[in-house]
Design a binder for this molecule. Structure first.
Ligand code: ZN
Length: 452
C-alpha cells in the first residue's frame, strides 16, 4: 500500500493524492494549480499517474484547487465514479463552467490554452454521485469511505478511508473557528491511523474570529469615510456567503452598516448561493434558526445583485462611497479585475482582502504591499488603502489544525501537505513537539510506502 503525493505538496494549490491499496487506486481530489495566471502552465503537464488506472475519485470540497483538473482527468481516460457530499456535487459544475469561461476568455483574448472542453464537464457531471455526511460508501476491494464535516466551505468534508484494517483521513481543507452558517469541524474517528493534513496556516494564528463582524463593520466605516469604492475580492463560494450573512446581521439586526450601496458582482457567487438555500440541513444552529424565522440572510435592503455584464458595468456610474464584492478571491481572474483597473489607483478607494492569497497572484502582490502592478495588461500605481482580515479566512490556523489532529486518539503519523515553505516545516515540527506524533512533509510526485 502506498500514497503517491500528486499535487499540493510543497504548495497550496493543485490538491491531488493517490492511495494505492494494492488492489485498487483511489484518488482524493484533483485540483487546479493556481498562481500568476488563472490557468497555470503546470495544469497542462501530464499527471504523475495514469488516469485510466484510477478506479474511483473521492472529493473533499468544491474549491477549484481541489476539483479544477477533474474534467482533464476524464479527458485523459478516467472512467470511474466520483463521490462527494451532495452539496459539493451541486457546486462542482458551477465551478467548472466558471473556470472554463475564464479560460475561454483568456484563450480568445491572449491565445492561452484551455485545459478541457465543455463536453468533459458534462461527462464529469454524469459521473458524480452525492453522499450524505456519515454515510459509509463501499468502494469495493475491501475499501470504505466516509465524509465528515470539515466546516471549511458549504458541503466540505474530510474523508476517512479504511483499507485492510488501516484508516486514513484526508483533511481536504479544515475550516476556521466560529464560522457563520457552517457547522463546526467534526472530530476524527478514534481509529484513524494516518492523516494527510492541510497546512495552509500551519505557522500562523488568526486574530480572534469572534470579533470578525466588528472588524468588517470597522473596515467598511473607514472605507466609507475615504469616500471611494470599497473592493472586496471574495471567493464566490463561502467567503461571499459568509460576508453576506454578516452584512445582513449588521444591516437588519445591529443597524450599524453604513447606508451605502453594496453590489454582489459575481454570477458564480449568485448561483452558488442557490445551492446553500437547497441544503439548509447543512447550516449551524444559529443559521437554521434565522432560516426558520423566515429571514433570507443572503439579502438585505442595500444589497444589489448584478448578474449580467451590463448590470455589472453600470456599477461604474454610481458615485462613491460604495462597496463591490466580486470574484475571483485571489484576483487572478473574474470581474474584480475590471474594478481593480478602475480603482486601485484611486487614493480614496479601499481594497479589503478576506482570504488566502497564493504566491504569484495579483491579490498576493497587493497583500505584500506592491505599489506597482499590472492588471489586464494595464500598468497601475497602487494608491488605494489595502487591508486584510485574517479572521475571515476559510482555513483554520495552527491552533485549530493541532486541535483537530488531537481529536484522533490513535493517529500515529501526519503527512503535511497544502502549505508553503515555513507553514509546512513549522507545522510538522509542532505536530512532533506538541502532539508527540510522527510528521513528514512529502515532496511532489513522492511515493510513500505504508506498512499494513
Ligand atoms: Zn478549500
Amino acid at each position: 500500500m502506498n500514497i503517491h503525493f500528486s499535487g499540493a505538496d510543497e504548495g497550496v494549490t493543485g490538491s491531488c493524492h493517490l492511495l494505492d491499496t494494492g488492489k485498487m487506486k483511489i484518488l482524493i481530489d484533483c485540483g487546479m494549480f493556481q498562481g500568476g495566471d488563472f490557468n497555470e502552465g503546470r495544469n497542462h503537464d501530464i499527471f504523475p499517474f495514469d488516469p485510466k488506472e484510477i478506479d474511483v475519485l473521492l472529493v473533499t470540497h468544491g474549491h477549484l484547487d481541489h476539483i479544477g483538473r477533474i474534467p482533464k482527468l476524464i479527458k485523459e481516460g478516467f472512467a470511474g465514479k466520483i463521490y462527494s457530499t451532495k452539496g459539493t456535487r451541486d457546486i462542482m459544475p458551477l465551478i467548472w463552467y466558471d473556470a472554463y469561461n475564464i479560460m475561454f476568455y483568456n484563450h480568445r483574448k491572449f491565445g492561452l490554452p484551455v485545459l478541457y472542453e465543455e463536453t468533459d464537464i458534462a461527462s464529469a457531471q454524469a459521473m458524480c454521485h452525492g453522499v450524505n455526511y456519515h454515510e459509509e460508501i463501499d468502494l469495493g476491494n475491501g475499501a470504505k469511505a466516509m465524509w465528515k464535516d470539515a466546516g471549511h466551505i458549504f458541503g466540505s468534508a474530510f474523508i476517512e478511508v479504511s483499507v485492510d484494517g488501516k484508516k486514513f483521513a484526508f483533511s481536504g481543507d479544515i475550516g476556521n473557528e466560529n464560522v457563520p452558517i457552517l457547522q463546526d469541524t467534526e472530530r476524527l474517528s478514534d481509529d484513524v491511523d494516518i492523516v494527510i493534513c492541510e497546512s495552509t496556516y500551519g505557522d500562523r494564528i488568526h486574530e480572534d474570529s469572534a470579533t470578525r463582524k466588528g472588524i468588517i463593520a470597522g473596515l467598511i466605516s473607514e472605507g466609507v469615510k475615504r469616500g471611494g469604492t470599497i473592493m472586496v475580492p471574495a471567493f464566490s463560494l463561502e467567503r461571499t456567503q459568509e460576508l453576506l450573512y454578516e452584512l445582513n446581521e449588521l444591516s437588519e439586526y445591529d443597524h450599524t452598516l453604513p447606508k451605502v450601496p453594496i453590489f454582489l458582482d459575481s454570477p458564480l457567487a449568485i448561483d452558488a448561493t442557490k445551492v446553500y438555500e437547497k441544503y439548509p440541513e447543512y447550516y449551524d444552529d444559529e443559521a437554521q434558526k434565522l432560516h426558520l424565522s423566515g429571514d433570507d440572510f443572503f439579502k438585505f435592503p442595500q444589497l444589489q445583485v448584478t448578474y449580467s455584464k451590463r448590470e455589472s458595468q453600470k456599477i461604474n456610474h454610481i458615485p462613491g462611497p460604495k462597496m463591490v464584492i466580486a470574484g475571483a478571491g485571489m484576483m487572478n481572474g473574474g470581474r474584480i479585475l475590471h474594478h481593480a483597473v478602475r480603482y486601485l489607483g484611486d487614493s480614496n478607494a479601499t481594497l479589503i482582502i478576506v482570504g488566502y492569497q497564493a504566491k504569484g497572484t495579483l491579490g498576493r502582490k497587493l497583500y505584500d504591499g506592491d505599489k506597482h502592478v499590472k492588471v489586464m495588461s494595464e500598468e497601475i500605481d497602487v494608491k488605494c488603502t489595502v487591508k486584510a482580515i485574517g479572521a475571515l479566512s476559510a482555513h483554520g490556523d495552527q491552533a485549530k489544525l493541532l486541535k483537530w489532529l488531537g481529536t484522533g486518539k490513535k493517529v500515529s503519523k501526519v503527512f503535511c501537505v497544502h502549505g508553503e515553505g515555513s507553514a509546512l516545516s513549522v507545522f510538522a515540527g509542532k505536530i512532533k513537539s506538541d502532539l508527540k506524533r510522527e510528521s513528514y512533509v512529502p515532496k511532489y510526485d513522492e511515493v510513500v510506502e505504508i506498512k499494513a
